[in-house]
Design a protein around this ligand. Structure first.
Ligand code: MD3
Ligand code: FE
Length: 203
């Protein structure tokens, strides 16, 4: 049963469980063409998460800033196309949350090893904030932090497990969010890692 966790945010526990193998196979195919890498923030810090993308646009970060790019800066080539199983789960989750026409043009793939984390931030690189964001958690569990519209708002902590899907729309689209440090563990499908898929309409 969908759990509202904020104004416009919906947690669909286990929504991706029936297609987890297909999603991970697609992630492997994308990673073979565009290997995940640790990006540098504009402030000069190396992110602890390994990142790659598929779809028309890919999210990148370097000394020049955060942005979407049509080419993978490592290979100089276009990002891999978004595999159908990925697109399908994102569109289905968005529809379940009331967004009937979600058409993602990018999927960011974040791979967390034990010790990796993501600090509180807003997602503001997209052009149309009325479009939702869909995120799918695979592999090891993690504690998600869901804050308010001000960085100073105290975040709620929400544990996320393999197969959980979140849809962010409405006012929560611009909420501060992040994840706490991944704890050590072994998941039968992903080994010592958590993989998060984030689907967005960039342009
Ligand atoms: C809430 N990734 O890549 S996914 C990111 O687990 C990012 O890898 C985290 O935040 C991860 O930008 C969290 C859940 C998520 C994604 C986007 C959101 C939550 C969000 C946008 C607005 C509000
Ligand atoms: Fe984010």
């Amino acid at each position: 049963t969908p759990l509202p966790i904020g104004d416009g945010a919906l947690l669909l526990r286990g929504f991706a469980l029936g297609v987890d193998d297909a999603l991970l196979e697609a992630v492997d195919a994308v990673s073979a063409e565009a290997p995940a890498r640790r990006l540098c923030t504009p402030g000069g810090h190396r992110m602890s998460v390994e990142t790659t993308s598929c779809g028309r646009w890919g999210w990148v970060s370097d000394a020049a800033g955060y942005r979407y790019a049509e080419c993978d800066p490592v290979s100089g080539r276009a990002w891999p196309a978004m595999p159908e199983p990925l697109r399908r789960i994102a569109v289905a989750a968005a529809a379940r949350a009331g967004h009937a026409h979600f058409d993602p043009d990018t999927c960011l793939i974040n791979r967390y090893a034990p010790g990796a984390r993501m600090g509180l931030h807003q997602d503001r690189n997209e052009h149309d904030f009325s479009q939702p964001i869909v995120s799918v958690s695979l592999g090891l569990p993690i504690v998600f932090q869901f804050g308010g519209l001000q960085r100073s708002d105290r975040p709620q902590r929400v544990p996320l497990a393999h197969g959980d899907v979140l849809v962010w729309g409405g006012p929560t689209r611009l909420a501060f969010h992040g994840v706490l440090t991944l704890k050590a563990g072994i998941h039968p499908l992903t080994g010592a890692s958590r993989i998060n898929l984030t689907f967005r309409r960039a342009r």
